[in-house]
Design a protein around this ligand. Structure first.
Ligand code: NDP
Length: 249
């Protein structure tokens, strides 16, 4: 596991948006960031799940979160601009963005891959990250030390048979992060760092769908992989940008 011990107040006074915050790694991330003092903006497509995360954060006495329903498959550029406007109006700041939501699509050969599913995976896993990041950059640029985290995968660093659009989408996210990190580094007054995290095999619905026959308990729970997510979001990682890192070390 990535070794990092986060200070309790690491994310105090930071406002952080997480996509896919209703389940799996995104849910744990929301709770963990809130526990370390952040105001988290929960986005996702299933509002009931976001509400449960919201309630848990409130019950624990962490900073009051916010919910912005967002289906990454259908959202248009205008919808993303509206989100940026809401964040400007409600919070006046954004210090962090975690592009976490993704779908698996089909696990099949390129030859057999349905074009419609391919497009859907690219829309949710790649195009939405471009549109959301683009819309939020002006607000992120106003923060002193903003951090953007893309979530990738081992199959987005080395291709593997039958992982189709999912693998290709994760390569694209690695590429987008590098392009963005380079652009923002050149204008280093912006102070936005951009990195990718490969969570590694983690006990979530997505993992269970990809490997239905395996014992879920053989992998770490989302809570176990938080140290790298905390490190990259907090100010201890200032100066770290353009890196592809592994949450499980
Ligand atoms: P889950 O499937 O458990 O959670 C994914 C989240 O994304 C859910 O909250 C889901 O919402 C949301 N989501 C899916 N589609 C959309 C959409 N169209 N609009 C908005 N939100 C959407 O996945 P994990 O937690 O396992 O994965 C999190 C990230 O980690 C992903 O990027 C994944 O690729 C990556 N990853 C995971 C690994 C693992 O072993 N778990 C390994 C390597 C990478 P809803 O709950 O409503 O469906």
């Amino acid at each position: 596991m990535y070794a990092y011990e986060a200070n309790q107040d690491l994310l105090k006074e930071k406002v952080i948006l997480i996509t896919g915050a209703g389940d799996g790694i995104g849910k744990t991330l929301a709770l963990s960031y809130a526990k370390h003092g952040a105001t988290v903006i929960l986005t996702g497509r299933t509002v009931a799940k976001l509400e449960r995360v919201y309630d848990e954060i409130e019950q624990k006495g962490f900073p009051q979160p916010a919910i912005i329903p967002l289906n990454l498959e259908g959202a248009s550029e205008t919808d993303y601009l509206k989100i940026s406007e809401v964040i400007e109006n409600e919070f006046g700041q954004l210090d962090g963005l975690v592009l976490n939501a993704a779908i698996l699509g089909s696990l099949t050969s390129v030859e057999q891959y349905e074009a419609e599913v391919w497009q859907q995976v690219m829309q949710v896993n790649v195009n939405s990250s471009f549109l959301l990041t683009k819309a939020l950059l002006p607000t992120l640029q106003k923060a002193k030390h903003a951090s953007v985290i893309f979530t990738t995968s081992s199959v987005g660093r080395k291709g593997r048979a039958f992982w189709g659009a999912y693998a290709v989408s994760k390569f694209a996210c690695e590429g987008m992060a590098q392009v963005l990190a380079h652009e923002l580094e050149e204008k280093d007054h912006t102070g936005i760092r951009v990195n990718t995290i490969n969570p590694g095999a983690t006990r979530t619905n997505m993992r269970a769908n990809a490997y239905p026959a395996e014992n879920p308990m053989s992998h770490p729970a989302p809570g176990d992989i938080m140290p790298l997510y905390l490190y990259l979001m907090g100010n201890d990682s200032i100066g770290t940008t353009g890196q592809s890192l592994d949450a499980q070390g």
